[in-house]
Design a protein around this ligand. Structure first.
Ligand code: GTP
Ligand code: MG
Length: 202
């Protein structure tokens, strides 16, 4: 391969790496989102949903769902040559929530995915990040079977603070997911800058 002068002379860029969590209720599309954008084969920890688990594992709306995350999803995406995100998908089922504290260690921010058919399933994730002062945005995963609501209505139903961004997305679409990830990085950067400013003035 022949390199032009500029490529040859360029020092290699050491990218900044950031950790982003992908959270939300059971079956909202967290594993799907990580797989849609990851440039490495995503690490998954899926276990088959069994008949015995039916009463606990409410698959209404995602009846085709056969597996669930029991520990975490992991993926990586290069947003820019100098910015790499490590994505950690959390397990959605309540019985695996003890994993969240470990997964959120050192996270810059989080995406809370929500399904408008089961918004209440994402309340716990929102509470979790609010309580720990971890910046997050809400991504409404638009399943075809779900009714579309104006963003304002979803915000009110989730009782979101004005500063929390809400985006509509499709967890299966790379470009859509990238927008969400750019959104969470921008929001988390702004949040950190505001926090520093508040610390200086108080
Ligand atoms: N139609 C549609 N189906 C989706 C979308 N996102 C995910 N799915 C499907 O919904 C189901 C749930 O997706 P997962 O990605 O496993 O959900 P999860 O949030 O990781 O689930 P848990 O780890 O069990 O909490 C799967 O059958 C996906 O194929 C979407 O945007 N549209
Ligand atoms: Mg999952």
């Amino acid at each position: 391969m022949i390199f032009g002068r500029s490529e040859r002379g360029k020092p290699p860029v050491e990218p900044v790496t950031l950790k982003i969590l992908v959270a939300g209720g059971f079956g909202v599309g967290k594993t799907t989102l990580v797989a849609a954008v990851s440039e490495i084969r995503p690490l998954r920890t899926e276990e088959v949903l069994t008949e015995a688990g039916r009463p606990v594992d409410d698959v209404s709306g995602v009846e085709d769902k056969r597996t669930t995350t029991v520990a975490m999803d992991f993926g990586r995406i290069t947003l820019r040559e100098d910015l790499v995100l490590y994505l950690f998908g959390t397990p959605g089922q309540e019985r695996f929530w003890f994993m969240w504290d470990e997964l959120s260690e050192g996270a810059l921010g989080a995406v809370v995915l929500a399904d408008t058919r089961r918004l209440e399933d994402s309340f716990a994730a929102i509470d979790y990040f609010e309580r720990r002062d971890i910046p997050f945005l809400v991504g409404v995963n638009c399943f075809e079977a779900a009714a579309r609501y104006p963003a304002g209505d979803v915000r009110r139903a989730l009782d979101l603070d004005d500063g929390v961004p809400l985006l509509l997305c499709d967890a299966r679409e790379r470009e859509s997911v990238k927008e969400v990830l750019v959104g969470v990085v921008q929001h988390a950067m702004k949040y950190a800058a505001d926090r520093r400013r508040r610390a200086v003035t108080t």
